[in-house]
Design a binder for this molecule. Sequence first.
Ligand code: ADP
Ligand code: MG
Length: 578
Amino acid sequence: MSDAATKPKPATAEAERELTDGFNLIIDALKLNGLNTIYGVPGIPITDFGRMAQAAGIRVLSFRHEQNAGYAASIAGFLTKKPGVCLTVSAPGFLNGLTALAHATTNCFPMILISGSSEREIVDLQQGDYEEMDQLAIAKPLCKAAFRVLHAQDIGIGVARAIRAAVSGRPGGVYLDLPAKLFGQVMDAAAGQKSLVKVIDAAPAQIPAPDAIKRALDVLKGAKRPLIILGKGAAYAQADDAIRAFVEKSGVPFLPMSMGKGLLPDTHPQCAGAARSTVLAQSDVVMLIGARLNWLLSHGKGKAWGTEPKKFIQVDIEPKEMDSNVEIVAPVVGDIGSCVSALLQGMGGAWPAAPADWVKTVTSKRDENVAKMAPRLMNNNSPMDYHGALGVLRTVIKERPDASLVNEGANTLDLARGIIDMYQPRKRLDVGTWGIMGIGMGYAIAAAIETGKPVLCVEGDSAFGFSGMEVETICRYKLPVCIVIFNNDGIYRGTDVNSVSDDPAPTVFVKGSRYDKMIEAFGGVGVNATSPDELKRAVNAAMDSGKPTLINAVLDPAAGSESGRIGNLNPQSVLKKK
Ligand code: ADP
Ligand code: MG
């Protein structure tokens, strides 16, 4: 008997219809919009979704903890200007991912957290479902927008709204709630395809008003001691050439914020990075481009800003950012690409040179500070101090400017930020607006995936602990990530003692830990480095080979100060028992 004879004939035209379902429609909607990478952790109800997405050509990266997957998605958003996608299971998985979503929103990175959720009917009656939680309500105050899709035919619109909300205006985090039942909902395939939306012009240009441009240029022109501050919003905008042209044409000293480093090289003649205190205190006109006057800039007032009266010009996409901390005399609202191009055009052919005496003050202070630092960076002490170890890593990045540098810790963060020069935009990826610990491995993984280039991850031993299990993920996907752990046996320092019991002090870890052994468990390369020379050899080998590597850099436990550079934020009791 032939096959045709055994196959039951479809009874009606209805049965012949081609069908699709929620699983396929979500995948199709993501792909249609160029969202080709998912960072997540599988489990109920999204396990099969992950498999199907992978089979459909989406790159699916499975992590060991949702928070790390979420941080990966957030920095993918920063790097690509497309929302980074994080996929989690319901309730606890969702909550683990939520920290990263809030982080993305705070940092103005576009991201979509997609979480499966439990049965609506049971959740809303609070009848105790598996992983019961009203996720949408919980996500709402912590992100830019939150949506739930209940019907397969609304998936296209749901995904489109999530994308637009994430990338338009000031970018941020969006939550998309997908109840378990949605995935299996079946509908006509043709109607399903028609319901999908390819988002047109997801982040429309926001052109600044001509009078705002003129006002800003007038203020800048009138300055005696002008300063430009470039923030991570400027890096995000991917308007690198226009920004460079504008800064160079103005001749004004510029100060990069941490993740604005590399927009123009830190070695650029106008860079005032090494004269930060001087330019903040002595400038009279400050132009902020994609940087907020938050705690990272001492709110634009107080001691750090000196006694010199300031005029602030601010270029930002978010109108409500203006006057948030101090008066902004020249607000320029629009996307940075459009704003900087308009500023350039408004400058016309001839623009006066920046005041020579000011430029000289800044450059001589900078050169003096750089010269002071230089010998400390060349020490070969063992155990290492921060400067000896960072001097080596500084050269690594100088020789490999296209590598990404991920950085977290306290002293490890503050000192690396100042010491390691950056040469290309969006290469320095760090703790951001909250100054959080835990971004390390998630950022490293996303940076490797999104850039295809090697990643150097400079981690405090404490900071690394928050995401350390992801070294398995790095090994599993064979990513070119070299992790250097600045191991000083503890938080801030490894020297605290508890004088009342046998318990260790709250800030210290196991002495002489060998973090390098962790990565060996998963087939990666582990190295214990006790001197800058050893560190240099190991890092160069890792960056050349692209093999997942973890270097335990043995630091003096007494190296480091409490809370790094932000000890002033750390309350100390005056009543403390001695
Ligand atoms: P930093 O920490 O480097 O100072 P912030 O995160 O404080 O940077 O500031 C970034 C600013 O950039 C935010 O106010 C945000 O609204 C703005 N921004 C982000 N993307 C753009 C863009 N494409 N155009 C204009 N402004 C932007
Ligand atoms: Mg430490």
